[in-house]
Design a protein around this ligand. Structure first.
Ligand code: GLN
Length: 537
């Protein structure tokens, strides 16, 4: 028997469905079950590869090169596992497959319809992704009532009566406050909507600022036919890693086990010390994140999470100052009070000159520096312009006619027209030079890290850059290419072509993020002599 927990959302978007799904997954996995997660994104896009971070936040990258919704990042972090592209199902993937089957004649002349052809394809994909696990948690993107999610909800509804599948339906709703009263009406309406499409929820995850009062709880239970035990109050917490604890305290794990008729399993709660460090840090640093989507912080969620992982393991609180890179073109004043500078990945010319200015500032002022992907490339451009005196040095991504293309398109990328799924994507081996910082922190000459780029350091400039103090590590995967940049006159500067943030996990933080924060703390202490002893408030 395969066990599925479906998590839908109602009332408004952005209630933290992904975190609730991840938190419950964590509890079940740490109770000894084999657990996986599936995200359904009802949009027509084939995957998240071509999506603008302004709308959906960061594009997360998997080992297999899948460019997926950022919720897959949450699942990986909470489950401490690597997922595959099959764990993200979109309308685009379903329709593409069904239309291809129709063209091949697989449907033997029948009229191809949403029910049963699309719904059957959805069910088949869900079952395939769940193979080999005890429980699969399926999160349905969007809010119930959206036209786009209807075929998915219909497929999931059908699964309740399909043999071999045991289903639990969880629904995330909002309980707002008016005065001091918790209002249940939006939840009632949202459940009504779900029931109208034939789904009676078993569990309601009620989001509210404070824990749900007894009156609200009773009322919701009465109007929705969800048992009292199934009303789970998910009140606001300051950090996502508190969510499993809230869910456990509110009885979500116990009730899930009861509904599935599972025997008692002992929970091995591994995040106790981690959350204690987040709650009561002993030190703090302020680092600048230089980006062009800084008012959409979800665009950089994996960096934010990687810093939480550092805090959870070290007790060093990381304050992120979100800095719009375009502002730095006029003045770098905003960088003056920082303990460290992070330049994350990005695409397109807008914002790049500000990032180059920040990389220069970090090098000249000897501030701890971490450059990732585009940040790595910005460093190489900066070194070329200012140390090699190649004033026109640039990436051909931004200036195709530059005199000095120090960053150039990967040879195998030439002539590629499609944008989706065509970059150098996913896990690749990185070779690390002995004696480098990268070697010191990884303790190995070979690591596997995730990638997402179309451009690289032009090999013709490497020797000249090395003469000026650059130290490169690379890879011989496909061809020699540069992966890590350090400077020979300091130990607080590291930039990587790979995205270490995608593999950062609560109990195993990204090595470069951890190192960067430790160096930022050293720098802060040297500069200010201050030691932090405050609370997280
Ligand atoms: N735009 C750059 C490239 O394609 C950097 C990509 C990134 O930062 N993810 O190589």
């Amino acid at each position: 028997m395969m066990h599925y927990i479906v998590v839908t959302g109602g009332v408004i978007s952005g209630l933290g469905k992904g975190t609730i799904t991840s938190g419950l997954s964590y509890l079940l996995k740490n109770s000894g079950f084999r657990v996986t997660n599936i995200k359904i994104d009802p949009y027509i896009n084939y995957d998240a590869g071509t999506m603008n971070p302004y709308q959906h936040g960061e594009v997360f990258v998997l080992n297999d090169g899948g460019e997926v919704d950022l919720d897959l990042g949450n699942y990986e972090r909470f489950l401490d596992t690597a997922l595959t592209s099959a764990n993200n199902i979109t309308t685009g993937k379903i329709y593409k497959e069904v239309i291809e089957k129709e063209r091949r004649g697989d449907y033997l002349g029948s009229t191809v319809q949403i029910i049963p052809h699309i719904t059957n394809e959805i069910k088949a994909r869900i079952r395939k992704a769940a193979e080999g696990y005890d429980i699969a948690l399926i999160e349905v993107g969007g809010t119930v009532g959206d036209i786009e999610s209807m075929p998915f909800l219909e497929a999931l509804r059908q699964m309740r009566s399909d043999k071999g599948d045991s289903m639990i339906f969880g629904h995330v709703t909002l309980v707002p406050e008016s005065g001091s009263e918790q209002k249940t009406k939006p939840t009632q309406h949202s459940v009504k909507e779900l029931r109208a499409i034939g789904i009676q929820p078993d569990i309601l995850f009620c989001r509210s600022s404070r824990p749900l009062g007894i009156d609200a709880r009773k009322k919701i239970s009465l109007f929705t036919d969800v048992a009292g035990k199934g009303i789970i109050s998910v009140y606001d917490v300051s950090n996502v890693y508190f969510v499993p604890m809230v869910l456990e305290k509110q009885g979500a794990l116990e009730y899930t086990r009861e509904l599935f008729k599972f025997d008692d399993h002992e929970l091995n709660y591994t995040l106790r010390e981690f959350t204690r460090n987040i709650e009561k840090p002993t030190e703090e640093v302020t680092v600048g994140l230089i980006g062009k989507y800084v008012d959409m912080q979800d665009a950089y969620i994996s960096h934010k999470e990687a810093f939480s992982h550092v805090t959870g393991n070290t007790g060093i609180k990381v304050n992120i100052k979100w800095i719009d890179s375009d502002d730095l073109i006029k003045s770098t004043e905003q960088l003056d009070d920082l303990d460290g500078i992070l330049i994350p990945g990005g695409f397109g010319y807008r914002g790049v000159e500000g990032k180059i200015a920040a990389a220069k500032y970090a090098r000249e002022k000897r501030i701890p520096y971490l450059g990732i992907c585009l940040g790595f490339q910005a460093s190489v451009i900066e070194l070329s312009r200012n140390l090699l005196k190649l004033k026109d040095a640039n990436s051909t991504e931004f200036d195709p006619g530059t005199q000095d293309p120090v960053i150039d398109i990967l040879p195998e990328q030439r002539g590629i027209k499609d944008l989706g799924g065509t970059m150098r994507l996913g896990a690749k081996t990185v070779l690390i030079k002995k004696g480098t910082i990268a070697y010191e922190i990884n303790g190995s000459e070979r690591i596997s890290e995730r990638h997402r780029h179309r451009y690289e350091v032009n090999p013709e400039y490497i020797e000249r850059l090395e003469e000026k103090g650059a130290i490169f590590s690379g890879t011989d995967d496909e061809k020699i290419r540069m992966e890590i940049l350090e400077l020979n006159d300091r130990d607080n500067y590291i930039a990587t072509q790979y995205h270490a943030e995608f593999q950062s996990r609560p109990l195993n933080p990204s090595k470069v993020h951890l190192y960067f924060i430790k160096k930022s703390l050293e720098y802060r202490k040297e500069k200010r002599g201050s030691i932090y002893a405050g609370s997280t408030e």
